[in-house]
Design a protein around this ligand. Structure first.
Ligand SMILES: [Zn+2]
Length: 328
């Protein structure tokens, strides 16, 4: 039986069910929260209770798994996710990796092959430990890898992180989700680098590909075997919903339904707006929440000619394939 690790332990890949492939529970800076949030806009119990309510509501819509690519750089803290997971009947799959647009964290700058402390790549060591032994003593294992290749391209820091992610994927078989910039078409850099590192590109999701409506760009990525993350529904400021829907419908009618996954890139709370997350969201992106796909996007996709079978592929079959080990 092929299984995937979740916060509450391994789950049969056949039991993942309808899956949103890129949702955060929390996006935070730990230092921001500890120094400016405590006693002001952050209350741990309130935020956990709120997350539980939002995930229960999502489960009521028929979604049974969320895949959370929150890693170092956007505040991964597994004990908090465990508190949430204990109270909800939804699978939460967590990641390892580094979220950085330009620079390597200082904590890796002096350690590594040929550096002041000359050791094997410590990021690979840390990522492999998260996948095989568990994260930070929680016993919760990461099921996939995450990095970012933004408009800045492969800066020295981003290049080293991306190669560490690639090598960990080759060593462990863990799949990858890479944040990309569609305006800069940095997905091309991602498939090129991962391909050269020997990564199985059918185990790569090109995150935020859905911000693009350039069918040539999207098909060229999908033709490598990679999966397109149509994963920012509700973020109309990056690409309006109607355009996202039309692009998916066009790709599905061209035979690419087996190369797309759906999500919102939403969160229960993020600290980019200080304590003003809900107020800002309500004004700037009112549809940017976990339930938008279930309530509005799926009907719009059907209206645009996407079949129920194709929706099933994007929500169930493609996530299952992504998390099924290549050997099994
Ligand atoms: Zn994200």
């Amino acid at each position: 039986m092929a299984t995937v690790e979740t916060v509450k332990g391994p789950v049969d890949v056949n039991d993942l069910g309808p899956t949103l492939m890129h949702e955060h529970v929390f996006v935070l800076s730990t230092e921001h929260l500890q120094n400016y949030g405590e006693g002001d806009w952050w209350d741990e119990d309130t935020r956990v209770t709120d997350a539980v309510a939002k995930l229960r509501a999502l489960k009521d819509k028929g979604i049974t798994t969320i895949v959370d690519p929150t890693v170092w750089g956007i505040g991964r803290y597994i004990p908090r996710i465990q508190r949430v997971a204990e109270q909800v009947d939804i699978n939460i799959v967590v990641a390892t990796g580094i979220y950085a647009y330009e620079e390597l964290p200082h904590q890796y700058a002096y350690r590594g092959p040929g550096l002041l402390i000359d050791i094997p790549e410590p990021m690979v060591t840390d990522f492999v430990k998260d996948i095989t032994a568990g994260i930070g003593g929680t016993g919760v294992k990461a099921a996939f890898l995450k990095c970012a290749i933004e408009a800045y391209g492969l800066t020295p820091g981003v290049d080293r992180i991306a190669r560490a992610v690639a090598r960990t994927s080759v060593e462990t078989g863990a799949p990858i989700t890479v944040h990309t910039s569609s305006p800069a078409q940095s997905g091309r850099l991602a498939v090129d680098l991962f391909g050269k590192e020997g990564v199985d590109l059918t185990k790569v999701v090109i995150g935020h590909a859905g911000d693009s409506n350039d069918l040539d760009y999207l098909m060229s990525l999908a033709d490598t075997g990679a999966t397109l993350g149509m994963d920012r529904f509700g973020l109309d400021l990056f690409n309006p919903t109607a355009d996202r829907v039309a692009t998916i419908a066009a790709l599905a009618s061209s035979g690419y339904a087996d190369r797309m996954v759906l999500s919102h890139d939403a969160s229960c709370f993020m600290d980019y707006f200080g304590g003003g997350f809900e107020q800002t969201r309500a004004v700037a992106a009112p549809n940017w929440h976990y339930e938008f796909i279930s309530d509005d996007v799926l009907p719009a996709l059907r209206e645009a000619g996407v079949t129920d079978a194709q929706i099933e592929q994007m929500l169930v079959d493609n996530p299952r394939r992504y998390f099924t080990p290549a050997a099994s």
